[in-house]
Ligand binder design. Structure first.
Ligand SMILES: NC(=O)c1ccc[n+]([C@@H]2O[C@H](COP(=O)([O-])OP(=O)(O)OC[C@H]3O[C@@H](n4cnc5c(N)ncnc54)[C@H](OP(=O)(O)O)[C@@H]3O)[C@@H](O)[C@H]2O)c1
Length: 221
């Protein structure tokens, strides 16, 4: 399986790339608007993994090239650029599953608030922009990038997976669960993804307002 992380040079991209590269045999492709930056970041991730004695398969390419051979494409870019990023890679998206980890939010004096787009959620906006027939799945919105990137950190958290295509959501749940300590829950269809996306600003507010609560995740029990 080949997983492309568009904007995989950033925070959540780094965390997911390192975990998938360490915990699975899948090929991980770090995407960027700048192919040289992608290659540098892929080298950085590879060095980190090699220092730990981990065999890995991590490559770095421009976003369009990263999409070409991918089975799964994770849109690891800021929410406001998710739709434009889909548009730049749409020619290569046939036969892929598109994953939206985005949570759109704003900050004021009270803290962070969810700011879903008109479509209801970022995932639904991505689905509206995706070529016909490309399944879109919401996942990973409530994970803390810092916890994923710290390979010494034990993860014991859930990710809620939403989508309308049963095969695509099952595939993403299974890829999520290959990350050690991560449990993937079926959250229902894409239409309810706003619920999941809105948990992320809550987690950040909790981290800001409570001592020793950085890099929070959710465990449903
Ligand atoms: N950070 C977290 O803890 C976390 C957790 C769960 C979910 N998420 C979600 O994951 C997504 C990425 O978050 P992040 O914190 O990783 O973001 P980030 O580090 O700020 O950015 C990720 C990458 O997006 C690319 N990017 C920046 N501006 C862009 C633009 N105008 N068009 C296209 N690509 C652009 C950049 O890659 P290049 O310059 O290399 O192209 C950047 O490295 C967001 O939707 C966020 O809601 C984040």
């Amino acid at each position: 399986m080949e997983i492309a992380l568009l904007g995989g040079t950033g925070d959540i991209g780094e965390g997911l790339a390192l975990r998938w590269a360490r915990d699975t045999d899948h090929t991980v492709v770090v995407g960027s608007r700048d192919p040289d930056k992608a290659a540098r970041r892929a080298d950085d991730y590879g060095t980190l993994l090699s220092e730990r004695g981990v065999d890995h398969d991590v490559d770095g390419l421009g976003n369009e090239a990263a999409t070409e051979n991918a089975d799964v494409v994770v849109l690891s870019v800021p929410p406001e650029y998710a739709v434009s990023t889909v548009e730049t890679v749409s020619d290569g998206l046939a036969d892929t599953v598109l994953v939206s980890p985005a949570a759109s939010m704003d900050r004021d004096a009270a803290g962070f608030h969810a700011t879903p787009p008109e479509d209801g959620s970022v995932a639904q906006a991505v689905a509206a922009a995706a070529p016909e027939g490309v399944p879109v799945v919401g996942a990973f919105q409530n994970l803390a990038a810092g916890a994923l990137s710290d390979l010494d950190a034990e993860i014991e958290t859930d990710t809620v997976v939403t989508g309308d295509d049963p095969d695509a959501t099952a595939l993403v749940r299974s890829l999520a669960e290959e990350i050690h300590g991560l449990r993937a829950l079926d959250g229902g269809p894409l239409a309810v993804t706003a619920l999941v996306e809105s948990v992320t600003p809550l987690l950040i507010n909790l981290a800001m307002n409570n001592e020793s609560m950085h890099d929070l995740g959710v465990r449903f029990q």
